[in-house]
Every structure is written in structure tokens, then in C-alpha cells.
Ligand binder design. Structure first.
Ligand code: FES
Length: 103
């Protein structure tokens, strides 16, 4: 696991937007995005139902919490690729870089 050398907190990079931010360990990707002013689609308010919050993890998949049973069900029902996670459910434990098709 790697973390920002400047703050000691995990860093989240949103590409190709050129936005990033340091976050507390354990916050979700969607919370980090909201804090950085990055829009992420959602319709279920983070209940793990809609799948609209899907993001592609370009770097740091090992720095996310393992998928819960709820996220595993969502991943299967929405046919997520192996490098995709639900931003409302995946919690950040180290540096990551994520993207979507609409940024
Ligand atoms: S916001 Fe609906 S599954 Fe993440």
C-alpha cells in the first residue's frame, strides 16, 4: 500500500480531469470525489443498487477495501470489468487513480 508522501494520507487522482485530493483512510471513492468537486453518476444514493457510480481503477486496486457481499452482487449484476469498482462502496486505504467514461 502506498500513501501520499506529503500528507501521509491516501491520495486520489481523477483522470483525465487533473483533479486529486488527499483523504482519510476508509472514505469511499464517491466521498473523495464529492470533496474534490468531481461528478460521479448515481441514482440509489450509495445503496449499492444502481451501479451508476462505477469507476475504472487505473492504479491502486490493492489500495481499496475488498468488495463486500453487496458490492460483489452489484459487480455481477452490472457486469463490471475486473478493474472496475462501485465508488459508493469501495473504501480507500492507499493511493489510487480512477477514471470514468464521462470525465
Ligand atoms: S450510487 Fe448506486 S450503486 Fe453506487
Amino acid at each position: 500500500m502506498s500513501v501520499s508522501k506529503v500528507s501521509g494520507m491516501p491520495n486520489v487522482e481523477f483522470v483525465p480531469l487533473g483533479l486529486s485530493g488527499d483523504v482519510k483512510r476508509g472514505v469511499t471513492i464517491i466521498s473523495a470525489a464529492n470533496r474534490a468537486g468531481v461528478p460521479i453518476g448515481q441514482s440509489c444514493n450509495g445503496d449499492g443498487i444502481c451501479g451508476w457510480c462505477k469507476v475504472k481503477v487505473l492504479r491502486g486496486m490493492e489500495n481499496l477495501s475488498p468488495p463486500t457481499a453487496l458490492e460483489r452482487r452489484l459487480i455481477a449484476s452490472c457486469a463490471f470489468a475486473p478493474d472496475e469498482r462501485a465508488a459508493c462502496l469501495a473504501k480507500i486505504t492507499g493511493d489510487i487513480t480512477v477514471t470514468t467514461g464521462y470525465w
